[in-house]
Design a protein around this ligand. Structure first.
Ligand code: ZN
Length: 452
């Protein structure tokens, strides 16, 4: 019994982890580059490629000029726009090209450095990673000088993680949910959920995981657990309603966990040690007695409910702009999937299938995109206001408006630099008082502090 459950759990996790690649490309094995981070000290430089799946790679060195060549046979080229130059004294430039079904990355090195490439599997909040270490002292330098010698730290010492949003398409498999006018709930909510996942995936600082990405049955109780295992900061369940008694009832509704439901759930949780242990990932309970445990869980749950409500209000506002809202007030409900004492959770009823125009709306790809967009904006707006600690979004907020000076490197163009720093060409020119697009090697330019 245990092994079967474990097996199902592992299969589901694998599903979640491989999902994102599947969203964009027909090839199941292709992986995407999610982000590039780099850091350096006086001994070595490290570049970390965050990937959507396990990389298949090989590497070798070339000299005259000194280069490290890294072939990743399953890395999709379309995601490589993110790599350009990094500010590093050992690695002068990273170039990329298509190689067969995969990609080739060439690291131009500023000297004869040793290099080491290795893969790291997903851990905690981090996805699959490919790590490139370039080791050796920089000639003529005691320590590597990166950027301006100003006291302003440009990179926090800790890793900036993504905010993880777990998206839960309701029903699935043997459980179709509501259906009317030929529209089936499990089908449309999966489509909306995938659109929502894509929005978060393409937004810097966010990552999406789905509790299911095809037509399969997932037990209600395992949905919040899957979110917790993926390290989710937020859980959003997507549904469609039905009210056959009155076919005029239509519109969307947003529900957050109610304190009453939460409290009864909390006592159930506490009775089950396994559940309480499960929570340790979200709340550090440590070695505490039952009373303390209760107090800590209560605090965690109250904060989850508070966040759910605030984010729910934000989503509701955006849905109101996007179309008809059935309930203008945020609903508080005791749904099974909303009973996560540690993860803020929302359930969104995207419309009433029993209403003909809602059924039509929910099956239109344009309207689905609109709904996904409204949910995305609502959740994002909440997190931009109150980002969790140690996230890229929190770091960007702290550093909003700060600028750094970069030096133009060989091969740089003004439009490339603008794209790298999320600026329009015009904005970059204005920032630096430039009249033309011509830049020269070594020229200093001011840019916002938050390249990604
Ligand atoms: Zn439903």
């Amino acid at each position: 019994m245990v092994s079967q459950t474990e097996g199902a759990k592992i299969r589901m996790m694998r599903l979640i982890l491989t999902l994102i690649a599947g969203l964009w490309s027909a090839s199941v094995q292709a992986i995407e580059l999610k982000s590039v981070r780099s850091s350096a000290d006086q001994d070595s430089s490290r570049v970390v490629l965050e990937l959507s799946g396990r990389p298949q790679f090989s590497s070798f060195n070339l000299s005259n000029p000194s280069r490290l060549v890294l072939d990743v046979s399953n890395l999709s080229m379309s995601s490589l726009r993110a790599i350009t130059t990094i500010d590093d004294s050992r690695i002068t430039r990273i170039r990329s090209s298509v190689r067969g079904q995969g990609s080739r990355l060439v690291f131009d090195l500023g000297g004869d450095y040793r290099s080491n490439v290795f893969a790291l599997g997903p851990k905690g909040r981090f996805p699959d990673r490919l790590v490139v270490d370039v080791v050796g002292y920089v000639a003529g330098e005691k320590a590597s000088i990166r950027g301006e010698p100003s006291a302003e730290p440009t990179e926090p010492p800790v890793e900036k993680r993504d905010i993880v949003v777990a998206i839960d398409p309701g029903h699935g498999g043997k459980d179709p949910g509501a259906s009317s006018y030929g529209v089936i709930e499990k089908k449309v909510v999966l489509q909306i959920a995938k659109r929502l996942a894509r929005r978060f995936q393409s937004e810097p600082g966010y990552r999406a995981v789905l509790t299911r990405d095809d037509d399969r049955f997932v037990a209600l109780k395992s949905r919040p657990r899957l979110a917790r295992e993926a390290g989710a900061d937020f859980f959003v369940s997507i549904h469609a309603d039905s009210f056959p008694k009155n076919k005029n009832v239509r519109g969307t509704g947003v529900y957050a966990l109610s304190l009453r439901g939460a409290n009864s759930e909390l006592s159930r949780w506490l009775q089950n040690t396994e559940n309480a242990d499960d929570l340790a990932g979200g709340v550090d309970l440590g070695d505490v007695d039952n009373d303390t445990r209760q107090v800590l869980l209560n605090m965690s749950m109250e904060s989850a409910i508070r966040i759910s409500k605030q984010a729910g209000q934000s989503v509701l506002n955006d849905l109101t702009d996007a179309g008809r809202v059935h309930k203008k007030q945020l609903g508080l409900a005791n749904f099974v999937v909303l009973r996560s004492p540690d993860i803020p959770s929302l359930l969104i009823e995207t419309g009433f299938l029993s209403n003909r125009s809602d059924a039509k709306r929910l099956s239109s790809s344009r309207e689905q995109e609109k709904i996904a967009g409204a949910i995305f904006e609502g959740i994002k707006r909440y997190f931009e206001k109150s980002p969790p600690a140690n996230t890229f979004v929190a770091w960007r907020k702290q550093n909003a408006g700060k600028r750094v000076v970069i030096e133009v490197k060989r091969g740089d163009t003004l439009s490339e630099i603008a794209a790298r720093y999320n600026l329009s060409l015009q904005a970059l020119k204005e920032l630096n008082g430039l009249r033309s697009d011509v830049i020269h090697l070594g020229q200093k330019l001011e840019v916002p502090l938050s390249p990604r």
